[in-house]
Design a protein around this ligand. Structure first.
Ligand code: SF4
Length: 378
């Protein structure tokens, strides 16, 4: 049998958006590249995960619920490391960097305040960010997964799988439908069941609504009316108000953001961090999903065979090589999303200045490997 082939949910899905997206993000320039311009929001997602991971370890190991002091302490290292990373990313403006940093702080404190009590009431946390992998039957394919955490239900003892998902927008009516029958999420639950020898349990999604530049939310921004001491006190409102004199401001520029979060209305905070589920995971759907994974990944193995040992720096700009890539990997050319944002590889596919050497010009960075197992592949 040929050498082991490593895959995961993200690259499997990326290939269906556009073959070139997966090619560039996971296979080109050895282990793939990512657009530098997108690095900041992506980085925020990663650091939010990291902060929540520390928080969950605290919850797992302590009877007491985390308070504002504990969360501030847990955030010190995460924020320091985030700040260092973000400073390296020339694509982030100062304003953007500050807001992204606030998001990590705001989401973590709000999660500690409104979601942790729910978790403590209903679950016992079992594993946090545990790497799972197993070989799919009759294939050389290793499926890698890392659910954000698994937890046993206090009532009934069922093992459940939980994933965080940052999103700009959330609708309580339609949002939950997005995750029902999600074969990708079932695959995580399946991985947990396979590697723990426990029955296949349900999954939950922990949505982290971060808003966007146009519609930031109360985790980072609020409406403020300056005071005129000693006659008029300053005023704050979490939601939009027509009252005169109010304008939307970055909370941390005026006051202590963690204190704002711990004083805010818990219902309003909860709306920014909805936990949806339990969603049942079905054996038949999982089996069907993985049969499809084997077919798809075999295609990728065959199509990428000619890339083994390629000197990307030399070959990439050559027209013959570009033609060969076209012949192996059809593109969708659906290069803008619904909000008009460009695909991270737009400058490469559309041969814009610098496309011939994306790593040297700094438009793109090498991808950070998602799982330690994939380090030795190919
Ligand atoms: S820029 Fe367009 S063609 Fe290129 S990877 Fe993105 S979606 Fe595909």
């Amino acid at each position: 049998m040929s050498p082991l082939w490593y895959t995961d949910r993200s690259r499997f899905m990326r290939g269906f958006e556009c073959r070139w997206k997966r090619l560039l993000e996971y296979h080109a320039f050895r282990d793939g590249i990512v657009g530098r311009g997108l690095a900041t929001p992506l980085l925020t997602g990663r650091y939010v995960h990291s902060a929540l991971e520390s928080l969950l370890h605290f919850v797992k190991n302590n009877e007491q619920a985390p308070d504002i002091g504990v969360v501030n302490q847990l955030l010190v290292k995460v924020l320091q490391s985030y700040q260092e990373q973000i400073e390296k990313d020339a694509a982030a403006s100062q304003d953007e960097a500050a807001t992204q940093l606030d998001l990590v702080v705001g989401i973590t404190h709000a999660y500690a305040r409104v979601v942790v009590p729910y978790l403590k009431e209903h679950f016992r946390i079992v594993d946090i960010e545990r790497e799972l992998s197993w070989q799919l039957p009759d294939s050389n394919i290793i499926w890698m997964a890392r659910p954000d955490f698994t937890a046993e239900q206090l009532l009934g003892g069922e093992l459940t799988t939980h994933d965080f998902k940052t999103t700009s927008y959330w609708n309580n009516e339609t949002g939950p439908l997005q995750w029902a029958n999600s074969a990708q999420m079932m695959a995580n639950a399946w991985a947990v069941s396979q590697t723990s020898s426990r029955p296949l349990g349900p999954y939950y999604m922990h949505m982290l609504v971060k808003g966007n530049a146009k519609y930031p939310n109360l985790l980072t921004h609020a409406f403020y009316r300056p005071g005129n001491p000693p006659l008029v006190k300053e005023e704050w409102q979490a939601n939009y108000t027509r009252q005169k004199g109010f304008s939307r401001v970055r909370i941390a520029a005026y006051r202590n953001l963690p204190e704002w979060i711990w004083e805010a209305d818990t219902k309003a905070l909860g709306e920014k961090l909805p936990v949806v589920g339990p969603y049942p995971a079905h054996q038949t759907t999982c089996a069907s999903f993985f049969r499809g994974v084997v077919v798809e990944e075999k295609w990728w193995q065959e199509q990428t065979e000619f890339l083994d040992g390629v000197d990307w720096n030399f070959e990439w700009p050559r027209p013959e090589f570009q033609k060969e890539l076209d012949e192996h990997f059809p593109r969708t050319y659906a290069c803008h999303d619904f909000s008009g944002r460009k695909c991270q590889f737009y400058s490469l596919c559309h041969k814009q200045p610098g496309w011939v050497d994306p790593l040297a010009v700094g438009s793109h960075l090498r991808r950070t490997l998602n799982h330690p197992q994939e380090g030795g592949k190919k």
